[in-house]
Design a protein around this ligand. Structure first.
Ligand code: NZQ
Ligand code: ZN
Length: 385
């Protein structure tokens, strides 16, 4: 296993009714800005629960953070932060609201000229407002990690800082009951792909990491379809297992001490940045293509994945790998997400633009070996048509 340093400081309040834990989790003297998205929290009662919990606190609200949060929207919060002397942010929503709030946290105290610089120029954040969050969509892992993804003029870019890791996260599976099937699917697939990108590389004999990852993959394969099936979709145990799996998939644990390959995400971000496709629906298209194009580099892990996840032990190596890739696509189809660009009306004429954007964003040495050059990304996108 590789050397690593690991710390995850987010306090988790898991379970039904846990929104009230924010009463004690936020200092009584805090001046809070509650951030949220397009209003789902008003429709499903989460806003009311937060308001009830904060009735003794001083708080203001900033709404309208959209999916794939944009720089322009987020910057509008800064005036409110100054005006009301805000010193604590409470993000209530999915990955976009939490990511957007992470950007706001850094931007509010940024000393440089334009906060976009800590994203695009990767300037180190020196300070940030503290963040707590109430997660409403299990998917990204943003609720306990130090990363965020923000979009400006079609450039969808990520930044990382330990300063924006939420201080606490409320994970109440019952708030996910109002999710549409599309968002349930997106969440399960995003968490699945996060796990795969920290697992499907080459072995460094990280037995704990591999088996944790395999546990997450098996859980998502078992529970994901249940969250879409009429007779089990409202089962809180199903929702709880998905929620915890999604958090664990990207809280740093399974990726500590092992090689990682984020090529699927980086290629997917260009598809979202250019065409506005849901994040997870880019991943379900790109991952199978990465598995095909990189099958030699990933051969041993693909065989391990085939055996431990899909019980494929018969036949020669190549047929086991091909079956494992086909079963991965089959799982995505069961989760009702696309597995080819043609299914989302993107054809070969888009590839040049996507490759140009990858190059512009410095995504020219992707993968666990840094050998996914723009040419290899082109092969991947071609395999995804
Ligand atoms: O805006 P509202 O009205 O809240 O509606 C949202 C939004 O329309 C809705 N929603 C959320 N919770 C709901 C709900 N609807 C009903 N009931 C609920 N309980 O769902 C829609 C999508 O929300 P969004 O937050 O965009 O989805 P998700 O959590 O999938 O986040 C996606 C974003 O996270 C980034 C993605 O790139 C994308 O921008 N990622 C962040 C990562 C990180 N910080 O570590 C890693 C990921 O790989 C990912 O890149
Ligand atoms: Zn993701």
């Amino acid at each position: 296993m590789l050397n690593f340093s690991f710390q995850n400081t987010t306090q988790i309040h898991f379970g039904e009714g846990q929104i009230k834990a924010i009463v004690r989790a936020i200092p009584a003297s805090a001046r809070i800005l509650v951030t949220y998205g397009g209003g789902s929290i008003k429709a499903n009662g989460v806003y009311d629960q937060v308001a009830e919990a904060l009735k003794e606190h001083t708080w203001f609200e900033f709404s309208g953070i959209e999916p794939n949060p944009s720089y322009d929207t987020l910057m509008k919060s800064l005036e409110m932060i100054r005006e009301h002397d805000i010193d604590f942010l409470l993000a209530v929503g999915g990955g976009s609201v939490i990511d957007g709030t992470k950007f706001i946290a850094g931007a509010a105290l940024f000393k440089g000229e334009d906060p976009w610089d800590f994203v695009v120029k990767r300037q180190r954040l020196e300070q940030a407002l503290p963040i707590g969050c109430v997660l409403t969509l299990p998917a990204t892992g943003s609720e306990t990690n130090a990363g965020a993804v923000v979009t400006r003029n079609g450039d969808k870019l990520s930044f990382h800082s330990p300063l924006v890791r939420p201080v606490f996260a409320v994970l109440d599976p019952s708030v996910t009951l109002s999710l549409s099937d599309r968002q349930i699917s997106n969440g399960v697939v995003d968490a699945f792909v996060h796990t795969m990108e920290q697992y499907l590389t080459y072995s460094v004999n990280g037995k704990v990491q591999d088996r944790f990852s395999e546990g997450l993959l098996l859980t998502l394969i078992e529970e994901g379809p249940k969250a879409l099936a009429a007779d089990t979709k409202n089962d809180l145990e199903v929702r709880g297992n998905i929620m915890w799996a999604a958090t664990m998939a990207l809280n740093g644990l399974v990726g500590a001490g092992v090689p990682q390959d984020w090529s699927t995400h980086m290629i997917g971000h260009e598809i979202t940045g250019t065409y506005g496709v849901d994040h997870a629906r880019t991943l379900s298209i790109v991952l199978p293509a990465v598995m095909k194009v990189c099958r030699e580099a990933k051969r041993d892990k693909l065989l391990q994945y085939a055996e431990r996840i899909w019980d494929l032990t018969e036949g020669d190596e190549d047929s086991r790998i091909s079956k494992a890739i086909a079963l991965t696509e089959h799982f995505f189809k069961m989760m009702q997400v696309p597995v080819r660009l043609s299914q989302i009306d993107i054809n070969a004429s888009a590839i040049d633009t996507l490759i140009e954007k990858l190059t512009k964003h410095g995504m020219t040495e992707l993968g666990e070996h840094g050998d996914i050059t723009p040419d290899v990304s082109r092969q991947i996108l071609t395999a995804a048509l």
